[in-house]
Design a protein around this ligand. Structure first.
Ligand code: SF4
Length: 217
């Protein structure tokens, strides 16, 4: 199969498997999504969803969060890991949103990336899931699967994002981002598979005998 044919098969199959793409992180607006995505770094979405009710009970908007004691924030978010860095980032980004953006999360990738604790991946998730703007955030699942499915050479996440964006139509980027994550979580763990087990790999590479090389992000 050519790369374009592989992409077309994957797009069709994932749409059949995951016709609906519920956003995994609980939130009620762009600000609460931004904070939840920030918390999800090196933490599961399930755990983030366990702690955000208490955090948003304390403060669910930049104005209220900006005046909180960082230690109080840290105690609440501690189960998510990296709590010193994440609590400082949440407080500081809330202050910046108040000072520079009138308390509104900017619908602008470059502006989002200037906020503490917000990298390209987090900004992409917020742009797509809060504002519906096409983006293709590449996390470890997507980076791994894109390589196992032969959609990229996987040198780094920047290249993977570029390759995926060129392979799929823009209007499919947001659903595919979630669909690939869902598939990765359900079927394709980082270890324990030689790339010859489940339906997508066996369809794409029926003659594959050994595991494909996968580069870490
Ligand atoms: S065969 Fe293995 S590597 Fe390929 S998608 Fe399935 S679980 Fe992932």
């Amino acid at each position: 199969m050519l790369k374009k044919e592989r992409a077309a098969f994957i797009e069709k199959r994932l749409q059949e498997l995951y016709p609906e793409q519920l956003i995994p992180l609980d939130h009620k607006d762009p600000y609460t999504l931004l904070v939840a995505v920030l918390l999800s770094a090196q933490c599961t979405d399930a755990r983030v969803n366990q702690i955000t009710p208490a955090l948003f009970e304390l403060a669910d908007n930049p104005f209220d969060m900006a005046v909180q004691n960082v230690e109080v924030i840290r105690q609440i978010i501690r189960p998510c890991g990296l709590s010193p860095q994440k609590s400082s980032a949440i407080k500081r980004l809330s202050e910046i949103l108040v000072e520079k953006f009138n308390g509104v999360v900017p619908q602008d990738m470059a502006a989002l990336e200037t906020l503490p604790g917000v990298g390209h991946k987090t900004a992409s998730v917020v742009m797509s899931q809060a504002f519906g703007v096409p983006a293709f955030a590449v996390d470890t699942h997507i980076h791994r699967l894109a390589q196992r499915w032969g959609l990229t050479n996987g040198k780094n996440v920047v290249q993977t994002e570029k390759d995926l964006k060129s392979l799929f139509p823009k209007e499919k980027w947001n659903p595919l981002h979630l669909q690939i994550i869902f598939y990765g979580r359900e079927y394709c763990s980082a270890r324990g598979c030689d790339g010859t087990v489940c339906e997508i790999c066996t369809t794409l590479y029926p003659k594959r005998k050994k595991p494909p090389t996968v580069y870490k992000p």
